[in-house]
Design a protein around this ligand. Structure first.
Ligand code: FAD
Length: 412
């Protein structure tokens, strides 16, 4: 007998596991397939924007974030070679969305584990260590895969592809992406950062690197660096971890970054090309719908991938739970809203990359000039909204060529 669940979800990350929670709680039979045998630190996003926290609440998975180690960030400091010591000031991050505080920082794999447990408690079947997944789309799609006990096959009504940037399901379903890349990035978890203010996130650029620090409480923090593609091997190989930490020795940071450079590595160091992927058509075909990064993603520098994954999950679950029609036209509103959203986020990410992840004297001068423009002109402060609130809540002006031209023209 071939198992015929309502929904098979391939990929148990934030997108897939949250959808499994919602659909199983809504009474559908769900199988969640995850390739890892246990959730590990894959160095993914760990900063959830306020609009993403609201999406998590709407999905009923917000408790997984808090129970998994969610930590509220209340202030944002920019320490940067283009900012003098007198100009450094803390920006309050808590007042963007009513009823939601600041953004949240959390250990990604711990939250995925709790979410998949919640999905199981709601009635989903979770299969860890599912490998060699093969999806054949169609009105009754076929999913074959391997487990440590042998091959398996499922014939659900629909497959949700949620395998992240690997796009395993999307490729098998013939959904293609337009990719572009601006720079490279690296990330690592550390502990022992007790000297760092616990609810203050920081970012800035100096020399040939842009840094980000997201505290997670109890002296732990997720560190990220963005750097030019020509230096892509800089943190690879023997001594890479030491070089990564030493890169935080920066003039612009208090005490030349000692709180970070003396931190203790507490997870793997991962280095990646910071790619944006926009689907060349709707992220679905007969019997298959893509969600999360698999459906397309903006450059990670904007920090909105998690919020997008949760929005996708909620939108698609609402359609599946709200109607018996699961044919491709039923998902057209999702495809349309997502295309609008990714276009805006991709534009926002390109502004942030250009502003903060370009290096050299002209780039420093550009950042100085944009800071002055923002201080004088309220409209220019829209960049501060690009990732904090949902794309449809940012004035259209913030995503216009006119705005980009005004920001960059004097130093282009
Ligand atoms: C380094 C980095 C930093 C980031 N920083 C931020 C940030 O601060 N804020 C933010 O909002 N976003 C950030 N992002 C983006 C964010 O991590 C992603 O948008 C988010 O994780 C997408 O969730 P997902 O579930 O779609 O994909 P993923 O998180 O990639 O999860 C995919 C899951 O599917 C599983 N899988 C993969 N292939 C298969 C397969 N063939 N079969 C079965 N299972 C499979 C994987 O093991 C994984 O569990 C960052 C991304 C990276 C890489």
């Amino acid at each position: 007998m071939v198992e015929q669940p309502d929904v098979v979800i391939v990929g148990g990350g934030i997108a897939g596991a949250s959808a499994a929670c919602k659909l199983a709680a809504g009474g559908l039979s769900v199988v969640l397939l995850e390739k890892q045998d246990a959730y590990k630190d894959l160095v993914r996003g760990e900063w959830l924007a306020p609009w993403g926290i609201r999406e998590a609440r709407r999905l009923g998975v917000d408790e997984c974030f808090w129970a998994g180690g969610g930590w509220e960030i209340r202030e944002w400091m920019t320490w940067d070679e283009a900012v003098t010591e007198d100009e450094v000031e803390a920006v309050d991050m808590t007042g963007f969305i009513p009823g939601i505080g600041g953004p949240m920082s959390f250990p990604h794999h711990a939250v995925c584990e709790l979410m998949s447990e919640q999905a199981v408690q709601s009635g989903a079947r979770l299969e860890m260590a599912a490998s060699k997944i093969d999806v054949t789309p169609g009105p009754r799609p076929v999913v074959s895969y391997r487990t440590p006990d042998g091959p398996r096959e499922l014939r659900p009504r629909i497959v949700l592809g949620a395998t992240g940037r690997g796009c395993t399901v999307g490729r098998q379903a013939g959904i293609t992406m337009r990719n572009s890349m601006h720079h490279w990035g690296g990330g690592m978890m550390v502990e022992g950062m007790d000297a760092w203010p616990p609810d203050v996130q920081a970012m800035g650029t100096e020399g040939d690197r842009m840094f980000m620090v997201f505290p997670q409480g109890y002296g732990r923090a997720r560190l990220y660096l963005n750097f030019p593609t020509v230096n892509k091997h800089r943190y690879r190989g023997p001594g890479g971890v030491a070089r990564f930490l030493a890169a935080f020795e920066l003039e612009c940071l208090p005490d030349r970054g000692k709180a970070v450079t003396e931190a203790i590595p507490a997870g793997p160091l991962s280095v990646w090309p910071s790619v944006s992927s926009v689907p060349e058509g709707p992220p679905m075909t007969e019997g298959v719908v893509l969600i999360g990064d698999e459906a397309g993603n903006a450059d990670t520098v904007l920090g909105t991938g998690l919020s997008c994954a949760l929005r996708d999950s909620r939108t698609v679950c609402d359609i599946l739970l709200g109607s018996a029609d699961w044919s491709p036209p039923a998902f057209a509103p999702y495809a349309e809203e997502r295309a609008f959203r990714i276009e805006r986020l991709d534009f926002g990410a390109s502004i942030i990359s250009r502003l903060h992840v370009e290096f050299g004297p002209a780039a420093v001068e550009r950042r100085r000039r944009v800071r002055k423009l923002m201080a004088k002109n309220f409209a220019a402060q829209v960049t501060g909204l690009l990732n904090m609130v949902a794309p449809e809540e940012v004035p259209e002006f913030g995503f216009s060529e006119f705005f980009a031209e005004r920001l960059f023209r004097e130093t282009a």
